[in-house]
Design a protein around this ligand. Structure first.
Ligand SMILES: Cc1cc2nc3c(=O)[nH]c(=O)nc-3n(C[C@H](O)[C@H](O)[C@H](O)COP(=O)(O)O)c2cc1C
Length: 143
């Protein structure tokens, strides 16, 4: 069932490159912050790490998720944050998980690399391109 808390939520997946020499201890510290800060923002998700990269899912209210993403982007424990997938949804995939850390298995690392290489379109690509072309044509037609 869709609870009112989940009425308007977004899910964002980003990938980033971990800072050189980052260890388990650093991930534990990140998780501690997340467990403290995420619940009041209604954020749930997962933080996967391994092979020098992070892949994190943040889901929750749009303002909270985007605000947290911008904050996390500025964190020196990683760099090159790139959004790989973003969507609106009414159902959380990580219901009840304020944030959890997982060490990526080899197959998962390959799947993360695959997602990174083929960033998903967030809307039907043709529809999006058609609408952008309409906007572009209108700009060209402006006096
Ligand atoms: C890969 C990565 C993921 C992070 N995820 C979260 C998160 O989900 N929630 C959060 O509050 N902080 C997260 N952080 C930490 C924030 O950048 C920031 O350091 C923290 O929120 C500061 O909070 P505190 O000083 O209250 O502990 C993350 C940092 C990194 C490098």
């Amino acid at each position: 069932m869709v609870s009112p808390m989940n009425a308007h939520i977004i899910r964002l997946l980003y990938i980033s490159d971990a800072a050189e020499g980052l260890d388990e201890e650093a991930v534990t510290a990140i998780l501690k912050s997340a467990e403290k800060n995420n619940p009041p923002l209604g954020i749930t998700g997962v933080l996967v790490f391994g092979g020098g990269v992070f892949a994190q899912v943040l889901e929750g209210p749009e303002r909270g998720v985007l605000g947290k993403y911008v904050q996390v982007m500025g964190d020196s424990r990683h760099r090159n944050c790139r959004i790989v997938h973003i969507t609106t949804t009414v159902e959380r995939l990580f219901e009840g998980v304020s944030m959890a850390a997982l060490q990526a298995l080899p197959l998962e690392l390959a799947q993360i690399a695959e997602l990174d290489a083929h960033r998903k379109e967030t809307v039907p690509p043709e529809d999006f391109k058609n609408l952008m072309n309409v906007f572009f044509s209108r700009l060209q037609a402006l006096p």
